[in-house]
Design a protein around this ligand. Structure first.
Ligand code: ADP
Ligand code: MG
Length: 317
């Protein structure tokens, strides 16, 4: 199968059909129409075998996660996904692998009305680069900067599950009926939450490297800090079935790959949070408060305040 047959067979159809795609796959470049009054939000992420996922991971999950990482960045901007490009380097044209990869990619693309409008295929070590384009009403994009002392800190979903799932996968457990394995293989980009947070959140980031690490980016440059409530962390029943409370908290604070949103909301907009939660399709939990003292602190279960290191939470097990 040559490169063109491969593109036709696995990538040329399968995404959403969108009226704003003037010219899609097949020409030298795609032509896309940005609606009046909107801005284009663009992001790219690549997944490298052995770095971002275990080489043996099911290709359906690899295809899904390659797009999910990008849609999660769009979610954190409050954008609605529209178009994607896929540049893939493959060691071989394994039909079974390609079939599963494209199935995973397009499953998520269809869920979010994303059209695949172009890309590239080359021979080489497995590496998948996706560029995603989203749309947002002009001026409405959510940013990492903007949190102020007194703002409440929230997180969507159940951070920690994906890292616990990855540990299971690395020990050979790949059964998707385990919710944590499912959460690593098929994370749900929080697009609806991001859209609902327009005009509500003062700052937003998606959690890909771990809650503490990503929250600390919301504090950069603002001369502000944060105090978290350890007991408020939204741990899932699934992680608590496989880990001690201390270990589950450590996963929630330091594990990666969750693709949840962490965001801040000023006190005078807290009343809008019920509507955000109702429209997000996931839980939204208050985990702390922004304060004027720089640094990250934690109220532990006994109410004692301790400093925490953004990279880790090993001190409290
Ligand atoms: P060019 O040589 O002009 O870069 P290519 O031969 O790489 O064109 O690609 C032919 C067409 O197929 C282009 O429209 C390109 O965007 C599209 N394409 C290539 N690889 C992919 C892919 N993995 N997924 C989607 N579209 C692709
Ligand atoms: Mg090309």
């Amino acid at each position: 199968m040559d490169e063109f047959a491969l593109i036709r067979r696995y990538f040329a159809s399968g995404g959403a059909a969108r009226g704003d795609v003037v010219l899609g796959i097949g020409d030298d470049a795609a032509v896309l129409r940005v609606p009046e009054g909107h801005e284009l939000v663009v992001t790219t992420d690549n997944l490298v075998a052995g770095v971002h996922f275990p080489v043996t991971l099911d290709a359906e999950s690899i295809g899904y996660r390659a797009l999910a990482a990008n849609l999660s960045d769009l979610a954190a901007m409050g954008a609605e996904p529209a178009w994607a490009l896929l540049a893939i380097t493959l060691p071989e044209a394994d039909e079974n692998w390609l079939e599963r990869f494209s199935r995973g990619f397009f499953r998520l693309a269809l869920q979010h009305h994303v059209a695949l409008v172009g890309g590239n295929v080359a021979h080489g070590p497995l590496n998948i680069a996706v560029t995603a384009h989203g749309l947002i009403p002009a001026g409405a994009a959510l940013k990492r900067t903007g949190a102020q002392p007194g703002d409440a800190i929230f997180v969507t979903g159940h951070p920690g599950d994906a890292a616990a799932g990855l540990k299971l996968i690395q020990s050979g457990h790949t059964d998707l009926r385990h919710a944590c394995v499912q959460r690593f293989c098929f994370p749900e980009p929080r697009i609806a939450a991001g859209v609902a947070l327009r005009g509500v959140a003062s700052s937003v980031i998606d959690v890909s490297d771990g809650l503490l690490a990503d929250l600390s980016h919301l504090l950069e440059g603002g001369n502000i800090g944060a105090t978290l409530e350890l007991a408020a962390l939204p741990l899932s029943a699934d992680i608590l079935r496989m880990e001690t409370l201390g270990a589950a908290r450590e996963y929630a604070l330091s594990g990666g790959d969750d693709y949840e949103l962490c965001f801040t909301v000023p006190q005078n907009r807290l009343s809008q949070l019920d509507a955000v939660a109702a429209n997000s399709g996931c839980s939204v939990t208050r985990i702390g408060t922004i304060d004027a003292e720089p640094g990250l602190r934690m109220h532990d279960a006994n109410g004692v305040v301790r400093g925490v290191n953004r990279a880790g939470y090993r001190h409290f097990s």
